[in-house]
Design a protein around this ligand. Structure first.
Ligand code: SF4
Length: 471
């Protein structure tokens, strides 16, 4: 799979110069943000629902051990199995050994960010089990050999023409030589190709939007129905989920589902919301013979009770990235790791370390829109600020930037000095910009002027103007 290197600045520059990406990203605003706004406007109690959903997650995180054990007990009572995995490696190996148990050659897969987090597909393929993505977006990027660029729209970075080319290239080998260019035709072709794969697969792997402790159920939401075919047709259903997905009751699950669909796609509910509880029972007409839940920690239990613990409320709706001016400009691949956008900027450094992820918490204008739209009220800018502080303390921040921050901090603690410095700088800039009105280039502001001109200051600082207006 072609991952971008972990170099946000270089990736972002490349992304901004890509006309296909610009065209594809323009749809984020209409398809996601616009529909969310309409859905929220139609539901006066939306803010109360957000409040309730947050309270549910906060309660779970304070009693995580209790609800996880209850969940396991209920899964076992329903005839299933729970596998506790501390690391991605343990999770991968558990899934492989389950696949080997039924001598699987292929497995169908529903969309799962946790599967991306543990790099499941390349591992299974290297060990003789061919994974087949069944979510349309995931199927497209599997053909392109790319990681997802959005947590709910994995192929949002692709234009229709690019998808048409991909299908033509890959499906021609299967005897479909006619190039399809219309949306419905592309969907139909993917559906026809995938249909037999569901019947041939020995194992179906899905993620889980929620795990319900009360019943031992895993819950998935899709708009294509692919998840249902993935989990009911093969001999074995494996759910891969991180441990914070658990909620106490079915009612709690419904509260969260109501904010999830509205925040993600602006729907009142997703087209398919499926609760799976254990393997097929004797009087069931279909369903898997075996049901396994692989529960991944990967450092999450250590986040509980820390500043990062608030991130565990995330329900992966994608609203923060849909409203982020940085994400909308550079897309998801620029972030270089599994989770893009503001949630990625706040979460990824926990997994990859602040040195490798140093640019991610900087990839924000701090406009605060992500926190405003987050249904779980996660303080994303504050968490990014936490990482900036970590980066500064660990001396990962470049020396010049560190000295500049120190200098600014020193002045900010001495108001008279700060005002004097600001007046001198404003005066000098106003003088230098006189007659021009703008700077096309400015020392120490190259990043800003590379993309736009800097207006020349009027000559008075904000504080002076503020004081003048009050007098
Ligand atoms: S951080 Fe909030 S807005 Fe972003 S994906 Fe998670 S729940 Fe959604």
């Amino acid at each position: 799979m072609n991952f971008q290197p972990l170099d946000f600045k270089a990736n972002a520059r490349k992304a901004m110069a890509d006309p296909n990406l610009r065209e594809a990203l323009s749809r984020v605003q209409t398809n996601f943000s616009g529909r969310r706004a309409e859905a929220v406007a139609r539901l006066p109690e939306f803010d109360q629902l957000r409040h309730d959903a947050r309270a549910i997650k906060d309660h779970v995180l304070a009693h995580l051990d209790v609800y996880l054990e209850r969940f396991e007990q209920k899964v076992v009572e329903a005839g299933g199995h729970v596998h506790w995995c501390r690391t991605p490696r343990e999770a991968r190996e558990t899934i492989l050994s389950l696949c080997r148990k039924v001598e699987a050659k292929t497995c169908t897969k529903g969309k799962s960010m946790i599967a991306e987090e543990i790099a499941l597909n390349p591992f299974l393929a290297a060990n003789g089990v061919q994974p087949i993505e069944t979510d349309l977006g995931e199927y497209i990027i599997q053909l392109a050999d790319e990681p997802p660029s959005h947590i709910i729209g994995p192929a949002v970075h692709k234009t229709k023409a690019q998808i048409s080319d991909l299908f033509h290239e890959h499906h021609a080998k299967l005897g479909r030589t006619q190039r399809i260019t219309d949306e419905q035709g592309l969907v139909n072709e993917a559906r026809e190709i995938l249909r037999q794969k569901y019947f041939d697969a020995d194992v179906g792997i899905t993620g889980a939007n929620l795990l319900v402790a009360e019943t031992g159920s895993s819950v998935i939401v899709t708009n294509e129905g692919n998840g249902d075919l993935t989990q009911t047709l093969p001999k074995m259903h494996i759910v891969i989920a991180s441990l914070e997905k658990v909620v106490p009751t079915l009612e709690d699950a419904c509260t969260i589902l109501r904010v999830l669909a509205r925040s993600a796609t602006g729907q009142e509910f997703s087209v398919y919301t499926t609760f799976s509880t254990g393997p097929r029972r004797p009087d069931d007409v279909d369903g898997p013979g075996e049901y396994h839940v692989v529960l991944l920690d990967n450092g999450r239990s250590a986040m509980v009770g820390t500043v990062l613990g608030e991130l565990l409320r995330c329900i992966r709706c994608g609203a923060c990235m849909n409203h982020c001016p940085v994400y909308q400009s550079v897309g998801g691949h620029a972030y270089g790791w599994v989770y893009p956008g503001p949630i990625g900027a706040a979460l990824d450094p926990h997994f990859i370390g602040i040195e490798a992820g140093q640019h991610l918490p900087q990839a924000s204008t701090f406009c605060g829109r992500c926190e405003e739209v987050c249904p779980m009220q996660i303080p994303l800018p504050a968490i990014m600020r936490h990482w900036r502080e970590q980066s500064f303390s660990a001396r990962v921040t470049p020396p010049l930037q560190r000295y500049a921050i120190r200098l600014w901090a020193m002045a900010a603690r001495r108001p008279a000095l700060y005002r004097l410095g600001a007046r001198l700088a404003m005066g000098a800039l106003a003088l230098a910009g006189r007659g021009r009105g703008r700077f096309a280039r400015l020392p120490l502001a190259g990043g800003w002027t590379a993309g736009r001109d800097l207006p020349a200051p009027a000559g008075r600082t904000f504080q002076d103007q503020w004081r003048g207006a009050r007098e």
